[in-house]
Design a protein around this ligand. Structure first.
Ligand SMILES: Cc1cc2nc3c(=O)[nH]c(=O)nc-3n(C[C@H](O)[C@H](O)[C@H](O)COP(=O)(O)OP(=O)(O)OC[C@H]3O[C@@H](n4cnc5c(N)ncnc54)[C@H](O)[C@@H]3O)c2cc1C
Length: 364
């Protein structure tokens, strides 16, 4: 049996960010990952957008960590030569009734500390994005796009350079609280004893929490998987900004938006519907929904739409429920000192991950 100071479960962007940050000051940090490499789940199945922080309720962790994380992320990407572009985005109101919601969104963003938001009239929208149908728009200059895989690779390299230890093909199957800490068992039968255990298992975070003995349902920590699909288009547009419709009013998702990748390719998504299985297969029956949604703000050619990728959100928000924040807690209050539990790390988790790492470090 190995003894370590800090054991992190999961090598997505969140586990890697926590590991990389803690390994700067602690020489005994291990990340275990059940897959053969890092970032095989949500961290490589997302929009790769560096979010501004305008959407989340004031004083929420999502708002705080997104805004702090964005600044840290731009700095980290530049310092580590990871490709990214602060391209900005345009949020569009397509009808008069949406204008009030757009102005509310601007007010919320400003209260959260996103101060560079500009409201644009029809002509200004046309100038910026000629093909887009909008009666008003809001320019969000600090939004960007990034090479997520390059980012995770940089964190892995830095983590290992700090003597951090990353184990692949190592799935946590059992956790037992002992007087000395947590005895963690893996699928290969090996065991590690750790003082500090960090749950960064993404879509499996509820399973890990349950292995520590937490009754997730009673604790209000039941996880819901919410699937997302993307379509790529070969249609050409004169656009250099991301285009977002008004967000879904329940806060379930941001609406089917247009994103650009660093190669300039255009894709639409993500959609949102709850699922019971972890299946990344694409279901083309939703294509018409895509066309209907996007057509509200842009004329698209359906024949040029092609299925692209899918992802799954780890949501604490159940269908029909209102906003749920990130859950990041040291669980002493449940009799689990040294267990740091991260649940519901959905969007903007990529943007926030470097700030999440600093938030977690405060508990240690
Ligand atoms: C469709 C979609 C679009 C998104 N777009 C954006 C965006 O544009 N911008 C943004 O900021 N955020 C976005 N997000 C959110 C962001 O992608 C996530 O918040 C982030 O990737 C979560 O990272 P993670 O490390 O927590 O999870 P993951 O990447 O899922 O990593 C968890 C890891 O834990 C491992 N694991 C699980 N169980 C075990 C076990 N028992 N033992 C060992 N390892 C285990 C898994 O294999 C996995 O590698 C989006 C999410 C989705 C789904």
């Amino acid at each position: 049996m190995e003894e370590v100071k800090i054991l992190i479960i999961g090598a997505g962007c969140v586990g890697l960010a926590i590991g990389e940050y803690l390994s700067r000051s602690c020489d005994d940090v291990v990340i275990v990952e059940k897959e053969a490499s890092y970032g095989r789940h949500t961290s490589s199945r997302n929009s790769e957008v560096i979010h501004s922080g305008i959407y989340y309720p004031q004083n929420s962790l999502k708002a705080e960590l997104c805004i702090r994380g964005r600044e840290l992320l731009y700095h980290y990407l530049a310092e580590n030569n990871v490709a990214h572009r602060k391209c900005g985005k345009l949020v569009v109101a397509v009808s008069e009734p949406e204008i009030d919601a757009l102005l509310e969104l601007q007010a919320n963003g400003i209260c959260n500390g996103v101060t560079d938001l500009q409201i644009l009239d029809v002509d200004q929208c046309k100038e910026l994005a000629p093909e887009v149908k909008a009666v008003k728009g809001m320019l969000v200059p600090c939004t960007g796009i990034m090479d997520t895989h390059g980012f995770m690779r940089a964190m892995k390299i830095n983590f290992e350079a700090n003597d951090g230890f990353l184990l692949f093909d190592t799935e946590v199957t059992a956790i037992r609280k002992t007087a000395e800490g947590y005895l963690v068992t893996f699928n290969n039968g090996e065991q590690f004893l750790t003082e500090t255990l960090i749950n960064a298992a993404g879509l499996e975070c509820e399973t890990i929490a349950a292995l520590t003995g937490i009754d997730t349902k009673a604790a209000g920590l039941k996880l819901h998987w919410c699937k997302a699909e993307y379509f790529k288009t070969t249609q050409k547009f004169q656009l250099d900004k991301l285009i977002y419709p008004m967000p879904d009013p329940t806060g379930m998702y941001l609406g089917i938006h247009l994103t650009l990748n660093l190669a300039g390719e255009v894709r639409f998504g993500p959609s949102a519907y709850y699922v019971d299985d972890l299946d990344y297969g694409m279901d083309e029956k939703y294509k018409q929904d895509f066309i209907d949604s996007v057509s509200q703000y842009l004329n698209i050619d359906p024949d040029k739409l092609h299925p692209d990728d899918t992802g799954i959100r780890p949501k604490l928000q159940a269908a029909g429920e209102g906003f749920r924040d990130f859950y990041i807690k040291e669980e002493s209050h449940r009799g689990l000192p040294g267990f740091i539990n991260l649940m519901g790390i959905e969007s903007p988790g990529l943007t926030s991950c470097l700030a999440i790492a600093r938030y977690v470090a405060e508990f240690i």
